[in-house]
Design a protein around this ligand. Structure first.
Ligand code: GDP
Ligand code: IMO
Ligand code: MG
Length: 437
């Protein structure tokens, strides 16, 4: 299950929903930059690293090797769940995941400041610098954290190396290795019971023919290789990233579900062709409570973008879609959908790779009538106002894939499952009468 836009599509809610049919849920990339909100009855859970499947007592949750782990935030999350009576004995952490260190967070913040107008608008959680160290082959992995002598040795060297950068490049005071070593050895003791060979564990579950759900964080357009570079995150949220980040072969993945909002949001910098700066954007932000789960920043809002939607279908090989937050559009008299861009006076139907060109794209809209009534209590496609159903049909036709799930509110029950995306027939798509949507 992946995000088909710029993140915050409602993946947490959909993972929670799909986890009912999953024996194992695996988070395969990203770190505590992610913020996933799950509402169960009157309780709200905010998760950053732990897969949203944790709310089911029999589901195993695995944080895979493609993730980066901030141990303090992870332990806070475990404590938060413990307090709420949610067991975390079924939580496993890959021994090869990389660890976010205090210098990663400092460098993330300081480099954003130095970039000035060129800043990315990161979450300042040290994500980019942790992945940079992984690529530079100076990173510290969970398995290093488990070995005190090794950790001391690696951290002494790493801190002296990073101190040169902190002092000379950013004018910041140096860090003291001894304190960091003690702090991280403390984290290691608490996390040790959870640390495993995650690829082995996942592949064993596959061999037992259990259902494994791979949960992407962020979204397709934030992908390091295929997103709106440089305004992206430093990992691969796309479906292909699941194989690398979980340590499984592509042949084991049966189907890929994309989650998209019925409109679009983005947090941080970077081009966003369908962004709405006026009243409608404000209304979407207010009705959708569009504030970041991790940083509290107001999310930028705009109309649904079919060009990036089709791009997400292509890059991820999507089988079907979950459309979330349809209810947020309830009050609007008319709704626009971007069907193409105009770029330098010419029609453009494919996502341009250059950020400069993307910034120049003007959306070409199709306007559809709104329904101006509440959909929050609809529980089947038949309950939906005809304009809402037409809107969904339009999106499915534009994206050329079926819609399997429609979400109309944050709670579990505010959902229409059109077709079971795990057990249902592969490309099926059907409304309640069995007709294609
Ligand atoms: P994620 O990062 O993709 O998991 O998404 P977030 O949790 O960051 O943001 C989605 C927000 O929308 C959360 O606050 C959810 O509780 C909420 N949400 C999810 N689905 C719906 C929906 O269908 N309607 C409304 N109104 N809110 C929803
Ligand atoms: P979930 O999983 C939305 C954005 C940041 C910034 C860019 C790079 O909740 O959908 P980073 O800190 O990753 O180096 O920041 O990516 N970003 C997200 N936007 N949802 C997220 O996660 C995000 N994680 C990172 O705002 O623009
Ligand atoms: Mg989020």
């Amino acid at each position: 299950m992946i995000g088909a836009q710029w993140g915050d599509e409602g993946k947490g809610k959909i993972t929670d929903l799909l986890s009912r049919s999953a024996d194992v849920v695996v988070r395969y990339q990203g770190g505590v930059n992610a913020g996933h909100t799950v509402v169960v009855r009157d309780r709200t859970f905010k998760l950053h690293l732990i897969p949203s499947g944790i709310l089911y007592p029999d589901t195993e949750c695995i944080i895979g090797s493609g993730t980066v782990i901030d141990p303090q935030v992870l332990l806070d999350e475990i404590d938060q769940l413990d307090k709420l009576g949610i067991a975390t004995g079924n939580l496993f952490i890959s021994q090869t995941a990389h660890v976010t260190m205090p210098y990663h967070r400092l460098i993330d913040s300081a480099s954003e400041d130095k970039r000035g107008d060129r800043k990315i608008g990161t979450t300042k959680r040290g994500i980019g610098p942790t992945y940079a160290d992984k690529s530079e082959r100076t990173g510290i992995r969970m398995i290093d954290l488990m070995d005190a002598d090794n950790l001391r040795d690696q951290l002494h060297w790493a801190v002296s190396y990073k101190n040169a950068i902190l002092e000379k490049l950013y004018g910041l005071p140096p860090l003291e290795p001894a304190g960091i070593i003690e702090q991280y050895l403390g984290y290691a003791e608490r996390l040790r019971p959870h640390v495993v060979d995650s690829s082995l564990k996942i592949n064993e579950a596959v061999r037992r023919r259990q259902n494994v759900l791979f949960e992407g964080a962020q979204g397709t357009l934030l992908d390091l290789d295929h997103g709106t570079y440089p305004y992206v995150t430093s990992s691969n949220p796309i479906a292909g990233g699941a194989c690398i980040g979980a340590g499984v072969g592509p042949t084991i993945i049966d189907r890929v579900i994309g989650v998209a909002k019925a409109y679009t949001t983005r947090v941080g910098e970077g081009p966003f062709p369908t962004e709405l700066h006026g009243e409608v954007g404000q209304l979407l932000g207010d009705r959708g409570a569009e504030f970041g789960t991790t940083t509290g920043r107001r999310r930028r809002c705009g109309w649904f973008d079919g060009v990036i939607g089709r791009y997400a279908v292509r890059i991820n090989g999507l089988d079907c879609l979950a459309i979330t937050k349809l209810d947020v559009l309830d009050e609007l008299p008319e709704i626009k959908v971007c069907v193409a861009y105009e770029l330098d006076g010419e029609a453009c139907r494919e996502f341009p790779s250059s950020a400069r060109q993307f910034a120049k794209c003007q959306p070409v809209y199709k306007t559809l009538p709104g329904w101006q009534q509440s959909t929050a209590d609809c529980r089947s496609l038949n309950d939906l106002p005809s304009q809402a159903l037409d809107y969904l049909k339009f999106l499915a036709e534009l994206m050329e894939i079926p819609i399997a799930i429609v979400s109309l509110g944050a709670s579990r029950d505010q959902t229409i499952v059109v077709e079971d995306p795990i057990h249902g027939p592969k490309r099926a798509l059907l409304n309640d009468n069995g007709a294609p949507v």
